[in-house]
Design a protein around this ligand. Structure first.
Ligand code: NAP
Length: 508
């Protein structure tokens, strides 16, 4: 089966071929694209790293990775035998110019063999410190090539702060056109996240309600049960605000708050998203204190196992001031959203892993029922659950069956698993396919990244200037620190969580 005959012959060069991201996400995604017929007839995957491996050894490692991580389960011999000859390995140190020379020789060899020009996608699945040297090395080998054929995919984190993100954008712009740069935010590739656009802009009923007149507040909550694990080295220099809010949560916020684009072209969609970021209220230092809170997890028990606090994790700094939880109340200062608070929160070692957007509508203007009829009266709420449950629920009041007039809240539910038999593709499948197709809609443009950094910088600066005196301030298996409850309770609201369904536990 070949689903897309328009994709040109393609070479993927994966820097970090021996790394965790390739093992868990990239190679399984390419394999599933292959199984579903999305890869062109002529393609090659070159993994690279300093580890000395032959092609055969690399293929064996990837097979084990696929068997462990692919959504399609263990590889079948027939499929693997067709896929694996397309995989190659090159030992190279990205700091050595010879590495780039070898890639360009291999590229020429493939083009000769295929008798066709190839697109080349360089995927930078390596530490950010290597982004500049790799970008420069690649660009020097492609000065004479059609720029639309050469694409560079940059993993997160894109910068450590506004200044470094600007510097990286500037460096990339010296060698590449914006249409060649694919800045990944893998959240944007998730099925349920893409569905926010479909839900908003392919249905007429929501638009009249989608503004300050009907919506009281919005919550975006991305919680993880896992702790930092063995990523302390990276995480300690980052923290929840940089690692999650600056990118994933603000991107979700943009999808909720953006104006309708005129069409579905990548620049039009991204223009509307950047408009939101530009309209978001910047904080003064005093406002940071009122609108942003942080936390760090202590030890506790999760699902019957004792887990360490952040400061006791492997290789952790015992006096670390890094936040593993952050919650912020944002405002979007435009006509549509004036006065509507957007609460976002994210944290590690929380009671449950769940990514949820909750849009709470205003209450009815006048209640005609006696108070005792409403057992669990609640304003209408639209809940978009991104993971583990993939659903959209509209919570409404209904009459409970019976002779008396009693009201309770019921859900009108669109559930992916109940509606569609096909399994949703992984985010990385969507994004790698889009990179092959040259579609940048789900990738971050340079100005988006900079606006998002500009927005969070006052919080980062303020937190850096006043270390927290009470860390750790929430225990593992909780919903975060008390200050986060207070942040939202001050406005008369509380954080929303979906009730756990039995099969979600396994997926979370
Ligand atoms: P990792 O497991 O530590 O892998 C790092 C890779 O870089 C290895 O393949 C290593 O290969 C290679 N490398 C290091 N120094 C090199 C050099 N001088 N020349 C050539 N290759 C070199 O890291 P990762 O978790 O895969 O993460 C990679 C990137 O993806 C990071 O930017 C990370 O922030 C981002 N990311 C990762 C995840 C994830 O789930 N892992 C999620 C989102 C974003 P050798 O040791 O063989 O040289």
């Amino acid at each position: 089966m070949n689903n897309n005959h328009n994709i040109k012959p393609t070479v993927f060069v994966i820097f970090g071929g021996t790394g965790d991201l390739n093992a868990r996400k990239l190679s399984p995604a390419l394999y599933n694209l292959f199984l579903d017929g999305w890869l062109p007839e002529q393609f090659a995957i070159i993994g690279t790293g300093r580890t000395k491996l032959t092609d055969a050894e690399f293929r064996t490692i990837l097979l084990a990775d696929l068997n462990e991580f692919s959504r399609s389960g263990k590889a079948k011999k027939e499929a693997w035998d067709k896929f694996s000859p397309h995989i190659y390995y090159q030992v190279s140190d990205v700091k050595m110019p010879a590495a780039y020379e070898e890639f360009s020789q291999r590229l020429s060899a493939f083009e000769q063999e295929w008798n066709a020009p190839a697109n080349v996608i360089y995927y930078l699945a390596v530490a950010p410190e290597f982004f500049p040297i790799i970008a420069t090395g690649i660009a020097q080998r492609h000065t004479k090539d059609d720029p639309t054929r050469v694409r560079i995919v940059i993993e997160k984190p894109f910068g450590h702060d506004l200044e470094s993100a600007r510097a990286l954008n500037k460096l990339l712009a010296q060698s590449f056109q914006e249409c060649q740069i694919y800045r990944i935010d893998h959240y944007l590739g998730k099925e349920t996240v893409q569905n926010i656009m479909a839900f908003r802009f392919a249905n007429a009923i929501m638009e009249p309600l989608w503004n300050r007149n009907s919506i009281e507040h919005v919550q975006i909550s991305v919680t993880e049960q896992l702790g930092v694990g063995d990523r302390t080295g990276y995480y300690d220099g980052s923290g929840a605000l940089r690692d999650m809010i600056q990118n994933h949560l603000l991107q979700l916020l943009c999808l909720v708050a953006m104006e309708p684009p005129v069409n579905f072209t990548s620049d039009e969609v991204r223009n509307r998203k950047v408009d939101v970021l530009r309209a978001m209220r910047r904080f003064t230092p005093e406002e940071v204190r009122e609108s942003a809170v942080r936390g760090q997890y202590g030890a506790g028990w999760i699902e019957g196992k004792e887990v360490p606090g952040y400061r006791e994790e492997k290789d952790a700094n015992p006096a670390s001031n890094t936040e593993t939880f952050a919650a912020v109340k944002f405002f979007v200062d435009n006509w549509r959203w004036q006065g509507v608070p957007f609460y976002v929160r994210t944290g590690k070692r929380m009671h449950r892993s769940a990514s949820i957007i909750s849009i709470q509508f205003k209450d009815v203007p006048h209640v005609i029922f006696p108070p005792e009829t409403g057992e669990s009266w609640q304003q209408n709420r639209l809940v978009i659950s991104i993971q583990p449950e993939m659903s959209i629920r509209l919570q409404v009041q209904a009459k409970r069956p019976g002779l008396d007039m009693m009201l309770n809240t019921v859900d009108m539910v669109f559930d992916y698993h109940g509606t569609y038999a096909a399994e949703a593709p992984e985010a990385y499948e969507t994004l790698l396919l889009d990179a092959m197709l040259g579609d940048q809609t789900l990738f971050m443009r340079g100005d988006q990244v900079e606006e998002a950094w500009d927005l969070v910088m006052p919080i980062l600066n303020s937190w850096q200037g006043r270390p927290s005196l009470n860390f750790p301030n929430y225990s593992a298996d909780s919903w975060g620190p008390e200050v986060a409850e207070a942040l939202i309770a001050r406005d008369g609201f509380h954080w929303f969580t979906l009730p756990l369904k039995s099969n979600d536990k396994k997926k979370a």
